[in-house]
Design a protein around this ligand. Structure first.
Ligand code: NIG
Length: 387
């Protein structure tokens, strides 16, 4: 098959995320073009390169496609009523996961798959080109197996989250459920899963139960990730670092010891600011985490309960306004940061040899993503999502 080339030409400001190619940590090049051959960046130069297809950026900013390293897209139904009650003062405690589990279990597989595709199309329009998708609303062997299989059909970054919440039929038998997750359920999902995850939180699973899940996942050959420190201080961050997780996600409540542990590890601290927004929680102290030297990512956490958004632009605006990240740090966190959280080096950057996944903004610079919150600034997303 002959190679198919695309040039994104007439770029006003190109974010490469490769400091050896351009200015500052974002490696910014002005008046640039990017040549992509068979989905891989072949060449970056000044405007005017020849290719089979030319996309005119018309002087706008171009950046790497967003890497959304934390989503729960395999679900049916919504929880608008729960959100409305929360805005009237009800707290968020994760209990609504069981409501979504009931809806997901009773939805046919082809319909569930269609719902996932619809959400992926929305994310792609919003600039996401790499995405992680978790199970976690099946919570029995058959429904977790089909959830992970659906996730895998859409992305290589599929995650088994059987330890999301105790299903009601296991009330009072948490250890039995953890045994099921670590044995029969894990064996069924392993062919379709790249990652294993658990929700380490009061009301979900404790450190020992989560450690058992992570150990079983590691033995099955899966990569490790963990939900930790979302609703209060707890052992999640320390456990994730101790187990060598690629990422610990939420990190809303962090002690000095948690920050020191993250800084001394290669576990990425993934912030999910749209969750803190939608649950009226405080925002994580990103400034201290970054200043301590930890690697950080920002992801959407798209799910029907705590964060029903696919908009990475919205997350960037929150991170800058409410978490005191600089705009450059926020852009890095949704590109190379997300890639690090998935242990990927081929995405999140635009340099020769990297994936040719790019976003053309309807704006002259990346600053507009925070400066113009709520405005649909993604003019075009180049590159597939998932597959
Ligand atoms: O990451 N924390 C656990 N899981 C999701 C919420 C899921 C839900 O409420 O349905 C989260 O916020």
């Amino acid at each position: 098959m002959t190679a198919r080339s695309i040039v994104i030409d007439n770029i006003g400001s190109l974010i490469t995320n490769d400091p050896s190619l351009g200015a500052g940590p974002l490696g910014i090049i002005e008046h640039a073009c990017v040549v992509i051959v068979d989905d891989v960046v072949e060449h970056i130069g000044s405007a005017g390169a020849i290719a089979d297809r030319r996309i005119d950026a018309d002087g706008a900013c171009v950046l790497p496609g967003f890497v959304d390293s934390h989503t729960h897209l395999v679900f049916a139904g919504d929880r608008a009523e729960e959100f409305t009650a929360r805005m009237a003062g009800e707290p968020y405690d994760g209990g609504g996961i069981r409501v979504t589990t009931d809806a997901t279990r009773s939805t046919p597989t082809d319909e569930l798959d269609r719902l996932v595709q619809h959400r992926l199309d929305e994310a792609h329009r919003a600039g996401t080109t790499t995405i992680e998708i978790k199970s976690g609303y099946g919570l029995n062997v058959a429904d977790e197996a089909r959830s992970v299989a659906i996730a895998r059909a859409h992305t290589p970054e599929s995650t088994f989250l059987g330890a999301h919440l105790l299903p009601s039929e296991y009330a009072g038998r948490t250890d039995d459920y953890i045994h099921l997750v670590c044995n029969e359920m894990l064996a069924r999902v392993t062919p379709d899963a790249r990652w294993i995850d658990a929700f380490c939180e009061t009301g979900a699973f404790d450190a020992d139960q989560c450690r058992a899940v992570l150990d079983a996942g590691r033995s099955a050959g899966l990569g490790l990730r963990l939900h930790g420190n979302q609703l209060g201080h707890g052992p999640g961050v320390q456990l994730a670092v101790e187990c060598g997780c690629a990422s610990v996600d939420h990190c809303t409540y962090l002690s000095d010891a948690d920050i020191a542990a993250l800084a001394g590890s290669d576990t990425v601290a993934t912030f999910l600011p749209a969750t803190d927004f939608s649950t009226r929680q405080p925002y994580p102290d990103a400034r201290r985490v970054i200043d301590a030297g930890a690697t950080v990512a920002i992801a959407s956490n798209c799910n029907p309960g705590s964060s029903y958004t696919t908009s990475i632009s919205f997350c960037i605006a929150l991170a800058v306004r409410d978490m005191r990240m600089t705009i450059d740090e926020a852009i890095q966190a949704v590109t190379v940061g997300g890639a690090a959280a998935l242990r990927r080096t081929d995405v999140g950057r635009l340099s020769p040899g990297s994936a040719g996944h790019a976003v053309i903004l309807d704006a002259p610079t990346h600053h507009h993503l925070a400066y113009r919150p709520g405005v649909p600034l993604i003019r075009q997303t180049i590159g597939p999502l998932g597959r």
